[in-house]
Design a protein around this ligand. Structure first.
Ligand SMILES: Cc1ncc(COP(=O)(O)O)c(C=O)c1O
Length: 408
């Protein structure tokens, strides 16, 4: 049977050559190749410092610790995101407070969030204090979902007004931009992922991106057990003593083997991005022609969408249904039947407030955040990878037409 997966990473001989070169140096743990990769990614995103880690989750954790997050604080996190965005806040002892998203862009609903702050926090000596918990609002983790930036200028304006911090979770958004300004270059630190479901990959991997020298230095120390000196620096200078360890750190180091793959992947970044955009545009055309019930990804003017995932929404009203649940049954049947035909699809991501850990711990109900719930139940990710031909895309759409005849 013909098989179409959701994603396949794109490698050429270049990755193998780069790894071979690295192996031949004997330096395979974090070393010069990681530094090279950090410089390439930071310069691509137009920020001063890149600090590579084992994943975006660990990048977020380190960044939050470096920014001083702890159990005295709360952080707003959009609910329609991968669970890691909220988990990273939990690791620090702070409380993630889930907020709603816009069902058109899948990104944070700024108006909803502003109303939430106004109703739940009081300004006490310049700090926003939660009227119930007594904890201080630290800031917002803004997720640039699926490769589309949230409205960062509007969010920055909100943050300035309330004097709170913004962290951009750009796990899916390397290369995404608004009017030419890349994610992470709007003055907020950000974290990106190099998991194989992302545009480029190092197997597992992540990176903190920031213009702030002090945050960068702290993240660098914390990722390596809190050591006062990096391994590279220790080997470059004369001496045999171990570095100082004055704070609790972690081992979140990327290896030079992974960075070698990353360096080769970054050489093709523009090509990969353009090819993904080309396939997204072709899906847009096919879907607009054939399916009145499917909304294609929305791209505001001036935004560069990198299509880490191509995520549509099932319009349950266009299908003649009255409820999201009916629309959800339909979407799941569609996904199931496509799977039987060898075509893999996924829901966009999950609504974190509906997941067991968060629902149990904080008592969330599905409709507390209706936008996130709707996205969870009705979003549909179609396969997209650059080895995919037009014929493959036609086949996905033909199979959808075939399935629809039986379930609609
Ligand atoms: C929005 C978001 N944040 C964080 C992560 C975690 O990334 P990683 O798998 O590199 O830890 C993901 C992964 O899919 C994600 O989509």
């Amino acid at each position: 049977m013909r098989k179409i997966p959701v994603m396949i990473p794109y490698f050429t001989e270049d990755e193998s050559e780069e790894v071979k070169k690295t192996l031949s140096t004997g330096w395979v743990a974090q070393g010069p190749k990681v530094q090279e990769f950090e410089n390439i990614v930071a310069s691509h995103e137009n920020v001063k410092y890149g600090i590579a880690t084992t994943s975006c989750t660990t990048a977020l954790h380190l960044l939050m610790v470096a920014m001083g997050l702890n159990e005295n604080y709360e952080v707003l996190v959009p609910s329609f995101t991968f669970i890691a965005s909220a988990n990273a806040v939990e690791y620090t002892g702070a409380t993630p407070i889930l907020v709603d998203v816009d069902t058109t862009t899948y990104n944070i609903d700024i108006k909803w969030t502003e109303n939430f702050i106004e109703s739940n926090y009081s300004n006490v000596d310049g700090k926003l204090i939660n009227k119930k918990s007594g904890k201080t609002l630290f800031g917002i983790v803004v997720v640039n979902e699926f490769g589309l930036c949230a409205d960062i200028p509007a969010i920055n304006e909100l943050a300035q007004r309330y004097d709170i911090k913004i962290i951009e979770d750009s796990a899916c958004a390397l290369g995404a931009s608004i009017n030419g300004v890349h994610e992470g270059a709007f003055g907020n630190p950000s974290c990106v992922s190099f998991h194989p479901r992302k545009s480029i990959t190092t197997g597992e991997g992540g990176m903190v991106l920031t213009d702030d020298e002090s945050i960068a230095e702290t993240v660098r120390r914390l990722r390596s057990h809190g050591a006062s000196l990096s391994e590279v620096a220790r080997h470059q200078q004369k001496g045999f003593l171990l570095p100082e360890f004055n704070e609790l750190g972690y081992n979140y180091r990327m290896t030079d083997i992974q960075a070698a793959v990353g360096v080769a992947q970054m050489r093709k970044f523009e090509f990969i991005q353009a090819e993904r955009q080309k396939r997204a545009a072709y899906y847009d055309k096919l879907i607009d022609e054939k399916f009145d019930f499917l909304k294609t990804p929305f791209v505001p003017k001036g935004y560069n969408h990198t299509y880490q995932s191509y995520v549509c929404m099932v319009d349950y009203k266009a299908l003649g249904f009255d409820t999201i649940e009916q629309g959800n049954d339909f979407r799941n049947k569609l996904m199931n039947d496509l799977d039987d035909l060898g075509i893999a699809t996924r829901q966009g991501t999950h609504a974190v407030h509906t997941l067991g850990f968060y629902a149990d711990k904080y008592g969330y109900k599905p409709y507390d955040l209706p936008g996130a719930y709707e996205c969870d139940r009705l979003s549909l990710t179609l396969p997209l990878y650059i080895q995919m031909t037009e014929d493959d895309q036609n086949y996905v759409v033909e199979c959808m037409e075939k399935v629809l005849k039986t379930i609609r």
